[in-house]
Design a protein around this ligand. Structure first.
Ligand code: WT7
Length: 649
C-alpha cells in the first residue's frame, strides 16, 4: 500500500473552483457544506425527510429512518414509484417537451426523446410486460446495447413494480445464464445486436445460448437494432416493435413501499460467484436524486453526459435514475470512444453542447495516449464540470483532464462509490471544495467514513491508511445479496462488526480529504471493471488442460490493472503459445471480453503456505516484474518455487 500512496502523493498542488462557478452553484461555500454535513449526521431524519419531500410520494413516509446497520429501514410507510418521479412529475410541468434523452448510435444515427415521448414509451412497454405475464416483484433481465430501449425497459419494469436485473452487453452467454438463473427472471429483453467499434455484438445469439441453461425465462423481447438476421423461437421470442404497436400508452405507476425491491445488479466479489446486489425504492431514489443534483450541480439548462454503460451501477444511478428524476437532458452514446476516430467523444460534446461530462480514468488515460491533437480539434467550450469514477485517478491523468478537456475552467469531481453504495459517497462538491488531484475528497451528506486498522480500531495516523468503512446507514445502501442473506452479513458486516466494510483501503489527510488506495480484497479493477480473482480462476480451471490457476493484478498504465494468470497444467498437456491464447479466449468466452487475461504464465507449481494458501502477494510482485521479493516469505512451503517463477517470466 505504501508504494501506491507514494505514487499518488507526488502531486501536491491544490486547485480551486472559480468565483464564477461558485456563485451559481447549488452549494456555494465550505461553511454551508459543514453546516449541512453536521446536520445530516446529527439529525438524519430531519435532513433526509426534507430531501425526500422534493420527490413525489403517493403516501409520504411516516418514519424516515428505523433501525441501524446492517438492516436499516428508510422512509418507512412511504409509497412512491421511481418511474413516476423520473417521468410523470416532469410531464406535468414545462419539461413535458424538454429533451430527456439525446441518443447517438455508433454508426451515427441520432434520436431525441422528450420527457413526453419517454413517458409514453415507458407506459407502452409497461403494458407489454404486463401482457407477457410480468407481475409486481417478478424479475426481468435486460441484456441490451446502449440504446434508448434499455432506459425504457428499466423504467417500464419499475413502473409496474417488477425488479430489473441489467446484464452488461459485454458479458458472455454463460455469465448471462448464471445471472438469469440466480434471479429466476421470467422475461429477457435483448436485441438482434449492438454496435461496438464497427463490429456487431451478437446479443441474441448469446441470449439463445444462455437460455438453453436458464429455464425460468418464458418470454424474450428482441429489439431490432442492427437488422441482422436472428432466429426467433415462436411463442417465446417477440419483436419489441410488434408488441409496442399493439400496446396502450397509458399505464399507471404502481405505488411501491419504500423498502420494496427496485433492482438487482450483479457484481464481483472475492468468491467465484457474482453477488446480486439488491437496491430498494425509497432510499435509492432519494439518494441518487440528491447526489446527482448537488455533486453535478445540475441545472435545467445542463446537457449531461455520463459515458458509462447502463449495465453498470454508474449507468443505473447517473444515466437513468438520478438525472431523469432531476429532469435533466441526458446524452447517451452507444459505441466506442475511438470509433471511427479517437475524437468521437469530443465531437459529441460539441455537437450537443454537453455541459457536464462524467467518465472514467481508464478512458482519460486512453485519450492521453491517443494524443492532445484529437480534443484540440474541437471547441469543448460548452463544458463546465467534469467527473471521474471507477478507480483512483492518477494525478497525471487528473491534470490532463483538467487542462486539455476542462481548459482549466471546469472543476473535477472524483467520485468514490460502489455498486453496493448505490450512489456517490466521497467527492468534493464542485462549487465548494478545493481539489487535490488523486484525492476523492470529503464525505457526502449523511456519510460517515472511518479508517480502521486490521483490529477494527480507528488508525492512529489516518495518513498511513487502513480499511475504509462506513459507520452509519445511508439511504441508498444495498439491502441484501439476492437469495443469500448470510453472504450479505459475511461479506460486508463481519470484518468490522456493525460497520459496512467497503473492501477498499484509504487514507485521510489533515483537511479531512480521503484518498482511495484500491481494493484490499481479492478483487481486481481492470479498466474500471470489477472482476473477482476467484471468478477468473474458476473459469481457468474449467479448461481441460488446467490443473491449478492463480490470478493477480499487475499495474497497467491504461487499464489501471491488467490480469495475469499463473497456471499449472495437467499431466499430458505441454505449455505453448497456442495454449496461452486458447486459455485467454476460454476465459473471455466464459465471462466476457472484459475478463480476457492479458498474460498467461505457465509454472510447475504455485507458491503456497504450509497450510496450502496461495501467496498472492508474491505472485503480484512477480507479475509486476520485481526482482527483489519483499516481505516475509518464511511461511512459503517450497522456497524454490519463487526463483522458478521469476525465471519463467
Ligand atoms: C470499486 C467499486 C461505483 C462506480 C463504478 C465502480 C473503485 C470507484 C473510485 C474512485 C478510487 C474508485 C473502488 C470501489 N472506485 N470509484 N473515484 N476512486 N476508486 O463500481 O464496480 O462496484 O467498483 O471501484 O475500488 O470499491 P464497482
Amino acid at each position: 500500500m505504501q508504494e501506491r500512496i507514494e505514487a499518488l502523493l507526488k502531486e501536491e498542488r491544490v486547485f480551486y473552483p472559480s468565483e464564477e462557478f461558485k456563485r451559481q452553484a447549488h452549494i456555494k461555500s465550505e461553511e454551508e457544506y459543514e453546516r449541512l454535513y453536521r446536520e445530516s449526521l446529527e439529525d438524519p431524519e430531519g435532513f433526509w425527510g426534507r430531501v425526500a419531500s422534493e420527490l413525489h410520494w403517493f403516501e409520504p413516509p411516516k418514519k424516515v429512518l428505523e433501525g441501524d446497520l446492517p438492516h436499516p429501514k428508510w422512509f418507512v410507510g412511504g409509497r412512491l414509484n421511481l418511474s413516476y418521479n423520473a417521468l410523470d412529475r416532469h410531464v406535468q410541468t414545462w419539461r413535458r417537451n424538454k429533451a430527456a434523452l439525446i441518443w447517438e448510435g455508433e454508426p451515427g444515427e441520432e434520436r431525441v426523446l422528450t420527457y413526453y415521448d419517454l413517458w409514453r414509451e415507458v407506459q407502452r412497454f409497461a403494458n407489454v410486460l404486463k401482457r407477457l405475464g410480468v407481475r409486481k416483484g417478478d424479475r426481468v433481465t435486460i441484456y441490451l446495447p446502449m440504446i434508448p430501449e434499455a432506459v425504457i425497459a428499466m423504467l417500464a419494469t419499475v413502473r409496474i413494480g417488477a425488479v430489473h436485473s441489467v446484464v452488461f452487453g459485454g458479458f458472455s452467454a454463460s455469465a448471462l445464464a448464471e445471472r438469469i438463473k440466480d434471479a429466476e427472471a421470467k422475461v429477457l429483453i435483448t436485441a438482434d445486436g449492438g454496435y461496438r467499434r464497427g463490429g456487431i455484438v451478437p446479443l441474441k445469439q448469446n441470449a439463445d445460448e444462455a437460455l438453453q441453461d436458464a429455464p425460468s425465462v418464458q418470454h424474450v423481447v428482441v429489439v431490432r437494432r442492427t437488422g441482422e438476421e436472428v432466429p426467433m423461437l415462436p411463442g417465446r421470442d417477440h419483436w419489441w416493435h410488434e408488441l409496442m404497436e399493439a400496446a396502450s400508452d397509458r399505464c399507471e405507476a404502481e405505488p411501491m413501499e419504500a423498502e420494496e425491491p427496485l433492482f438487482i445488479l450483479y457484481t464481483s466479489g472475492s468468491t467465484g460467484k457474482p453477488k446480486g446486489v439488491l437496491h430498494t425504492t425509497g432510499g435509492y431514489g432519494v439518494y441518487t436524486y440528491y447526489t446527482t443534483k448537488l455533486i453535478f450541480d445540475l441545472k435545467d439548462e445542463d446537457v449531461y453526459w455520463c459515458t458509462a454503460d447502463v449495465g453498470w451501477i454508474t449507468g443505473h444511478s447517473y444515466i437513468v435514475y438520478g438525472p431523469l428524476m432531476n429532469g435533466a437532458t441526458v446524452v447517451m452514446y452507444e459505441g466506442a470512444p475511438n470509433w471511427p476516430e479517437p475524437d468521437r467523444f469530443w465531437r459529441i460534446v460539441d455537437k450537443y453542447g454537453v455541459t457536464i461530462l462524467y467518465t472514467a480514468p481508464t478512458a482519460i488515460r486512453s485519450f492521453m495516449k491517443w494524443g492532445e491533437q484529437w480534443p484540440l480539434k474541437h471547441r469543448l467550450d460548452s463544458l463546465r464540470l467534469l467527473g471521474s469514477v471507477g478507480e483512483p485517478i492518477n494525478p497525471e491523468a487528473w491534470l490532463w483532464y483538467y487542462r486539455v478537456i476542462g481548459k482549466g475552467r471546469c472543476p473535477i469531481v472524483d467520485t468514490w462509490w460502489q455498486t453496493e453504495t448505490g450512489g456517490i459517497m466521497i467527492t468534493t462538491l464542485p462549487g465548494v471544495h478545493p481539489m487535490k488531484p488523486g484525492h476523492a475528497g470529503k464525505p457526502f451528506f449523511g456519510v460517515k467514513p472511518e479508517i480502521l486498522d486490521a483490529e477494527g480500531k480507528p488508525v492512529q495516523n489516518p495518513e498511513e491508511g487502513g480499511h475504509l468503512v462506513i459507520e452509519r446507514p445511508w439511504p441508498s445502501m444495498l439491502r441484501t445479496v439476492w437469495g443469500d442473506p448470510d453472504r450479505f452479513i459475511k461479506q460486508y458486516f463481519s470484518q468490522h462488526p456493525g460497520k459496512y466494510f467497503t473492501g477498499d483501503g484509504a487514507k485521510r489527510d489533515a483537511d479531512g480529504y480521503y484518498m482511495i488506495l484500491g481494493r484490499v480484497d481479492d478483487v481486481l479493477n481492470v479498466a474500471g471493471h470489477r472482476l473477482g480473482t476467484m471468478e477468473l480462476e474458476s473459469a481457468l480451471v474449467a479448461h481441460p488442460a488446467v490443473a491449478e490457476a492463480a490470478v493477480v493484478g499487475r499495474p497497467d498504465p491504461i487499464k489501471g490493472e491488467a490480469i495475469v494468470a499463473f497456471v499449472t497444467l495437467k499431466e499430458g498437456f505441454a505449455p505453448s503459445d497456442a495454449l496461452k491464447d486458447e486459455l485467454k479466449a476460454h476465459v473471455a468466452k466464459l465471462i466476457g471480453p472484459i475478463a480476457r487475461p492479458d498474460e498467461v504464465r505457465f509454472t510447475d507449481a504455485l507458491p503456497k503456505t504450509r497450510s496450502g494458501k496461495i501467496m498472492r502477494r508474491l505472485l503480484r510482485q512477480i507479475a509486476a516484474g520485481e526482482q527483489e521479493i519483499k516481505g516475509d516469505t518464511s511461511t512459503l512451503e517450497d522456497q524454490r518455487v519463487v526463483e522458478k517463477l521469476k525465471e519463467g517470466a
